[in-house]
Design a protein around this ligand. Structure first.
Ligand code: FAD
Length: 266
């Protein structure tokens, strides 16, 4: 039996201030923002589902990020903290020193609203990534499942997969116009599932598609990122009904219905 060893890497925690270089609306619900700036040099992201903490302007319009003190990150006293949210480094171009982040425009919250109005020259704070879990690349098959918040991680993973890898990908999006190209050297079967008006926390399209999936023989790794309750339910179903071993399954709530992401269980 193959070991399928995942690798956990730690990175020195750094807080940076970045500048918006370009903004591009990829699809009706996805805004791409490309960041740069001197402080971005040396940025490291080793796994496609890494995340950074982004710090958005506080009520006074200021970016107030922690600074590294002797006891770890500390906020400057007496300042109103910046709202902080998790985002995926979609692509880092070392030679141009440019970091691409894709923001879902879901219509509420400091991150989504900031991204909808982002303009060249604006600043943002960023911390991390603090670490990366590099999933073993020796599984026989991969299944990637997510809603639109998972598209940056899925897109990056597919782009980085070797051509010998096979993968089934299930992506749930609001409408057909929210499809985007997901090029990959690997052998990928991609299924777009469109909610067409059903909310992202109530939909069951991914759950039905997962149950209907015909998995080839061999060892399969499953990765899931959706609204928290849905990710938890799919994880439970895979482990209880399909006996998927714990280390062959990663399911994470990328947002929580009715709550802001800052109190997510991570
Ligand atoms: C590891 C990780 C990586 C992530 N990567 C990305 C990424 O690359 N791109 C990306 O867009 N998101 C990503 N997310 C999800 C993102 O952090 C959350 O969607 C976050 O809540 C957005 O913050 P906000 O300020 O816009 O809304 P919040 O203030 O957090 O929430 C406001 C309201 O909007 C609802 N809400 C939040 N997100 C959504 C959503 N997607 N759809 C519908 N309702 C929502 C909440 O339930 C709440 O009622 C990632 C999350 C994690 C944990």
């Amino acid at each position: 039996m193959t070991a399928h060893t995942h690798q956990t890497l730690r990175h020195p925690l750094k807080f940076r201030t970045l500048q918006v270089l370009r903004v591009e609306q990829l699809t009706p619900h996805m805004q791409r923002v490309v960041f740069g700036g001197d402080e971005l040099h040396g940025f490291i992201s080793a796994a496609p589902d890494d995340h950074v903490k982004l710090f958005f302007p506080n009520t006074s319009g200021d970016i107030v990020t922690p600074v590294m003190g002797s006891n770890g990150p500390e906020y400057p006293p007496g300042r109103d903290y910046s709202p902080m949210r998790d985002y995926t480094p979609r692509h880092y171009d070392v030679s141009r020193n440019e970091l691409t982040i894709d923001f879902v425009l879901h219509g509420d919250g400091p991150a989504s609203l900031w991204a909808a109005r982002a303009e060249r020259g604006q600043q943002i704070g960023m911390g991390g990534p603090r670490g990366s879990v590099v999933i073993a690349n020796d599984f026989d098959h991969y299944v990637l499942i997510g809603d639109e918040t998972a598209l940056p991680a899925i897109g990056r993973w597919l782009a980085e997969m070797p051509e010998t890898t096979t993968a089934d990908v299930l992506v749930e999006i609001p409408d057909a116009e929210d499809r985007q190209p997901l090029p990959s050297p690997a052998q990928v079967t991609l299924t777009w599932l469109e909610r067409r008006g059903t909310s992202a926390d109530r939909s069951e399209l991914l759950e039905h598609a997962l149950r209907a999936l015909r998995i080839p023989a061999g060892d399969t790794f499953y990765w899931i990122a959706t609204e928290s309750r849905r990710a938890r339910n799919m994880r439970q179903w895979l482990s209880l009904e399909r006996n998927v071993p714990k280390d062959w399954l990663k399911a994470k709530g990328y947002w929580k219905t009715g709550a802001d992401d800052s109190d997510d269980d991570g």
